[in-house]
Design a protein around this ligand. Structure first.
Ligand code: OS5
Length: 231
């Protein structure tokens, strides 16, 4: 039977998910809380990792290796790059990359280290389920590339570098690290984000304003996807 991991980075990203669940058992591990529950006949573990690639890697690994999760879904917010993405809009990652990984001094492309890959692809099956759910519910969603790095991007210069180097549609601070972990451990995964800002000079202000509403957009769609998983 499937055991599902559902992750966010910030508490605000998992709060609207937890609102759908009851009889939750809380376990503490490695300075974090893990919420275990059953929903729709599925065993689920929910957690927020804290911000950035290191914490996200720790949480993803813990959910897989300690809690035995065999499928991972991420829900949260992102900075928009693709101009068609407005605040509140949804993006599903087809592939993810690390925009701050740089050993170009040795002739390698940005985002690449030996024995790794610039892009890691998400599960085609989970994306298909998400598209079916979007179609059935009249939800508009973009499929694209998400770039991850340990920076809150709030400048047009950095945003343009990420756009031109990786052809990324959105950016955030955790997705690609989760992707690397899941790919290495052979766990199908899915990364969903809703836009909270457009990673430019207004990003800090917009993020504060729209974190909660965008996190809820992402969470409500994710719950609909979860509802479909056991059908
Ligand atoms: O998890 C981080 C990445 N998230 C996606 C994102 C993003 N990433 C990069 N650049 C952008 N323009 C992005 N837009 C959306 C969001 C999140 C960003 S870092 C937010 C930090 C906010 C904060 N810092 N302190 N607090 C909130 C208060 C606080 C204090 C104690 C405990 C908890 C919170």
């Amino acid at each position: 039977m499937t055991k599902l991991a559902i992750m966010g980075a910030m508490e605000e990203e998992i709060e609207p998910l937890l609102a759908h669940f009851d009889n939750v058992k809380v376990t503490e591990f490695a300075k974090n809380k893990y919420y275990e529950l059953t929903y729709n006949g599925l065993d689920i573990v929910v957690a927020y990792s804290k911000i950035g690639k290191v914490f996200a890697s720790l949480t993803a690994t813990t959910m897989i290796e300690k809690f035995g999760c065999d499928t991972l879904l991420f829900s949260g917010v992102a900075g928009g790059i693709n101009p068609t993405l407005k605040i509140g809009d949804l993006i599903i990652a087809k592939k993810l990359c690390q925009h701050d990984l740089d050993i170009t001094a040795f002739g390698h492309p940005h985002g690449f280290v030996p024995e790794g890959a610039v892009y890691v692809e998400t599960s085609k099956e989970l994306r298909q389920i998400a598209f079916d759910v979007a179609h059935e519910n009249g939800i508009e969603v973009l499929e694209g590339t998400i770039a991850t790095g340990d920076q809150f991007v709030h400048s047009s210069e950095r945003k343009e570098f990420i756009e031109s180097t990786f052809k990324a549609d959105a950016l955030e601070m955790e997705g690609a690290s989760v992707a690397v972990i899941c790919d290495a451990l052979n766990v199908p995964f899915f990364i969903l984000r809703a836009i909270s800002d457009t990673a430019d000079m207004d990003a800090g202000f917009d993020f504060d304003e729209f974190l909660k509403s965008s996190a809820k957009n992402s969470a409500e769609y994710l719950i609909k996807i979860v509802n479909k998983l056991n059908n």
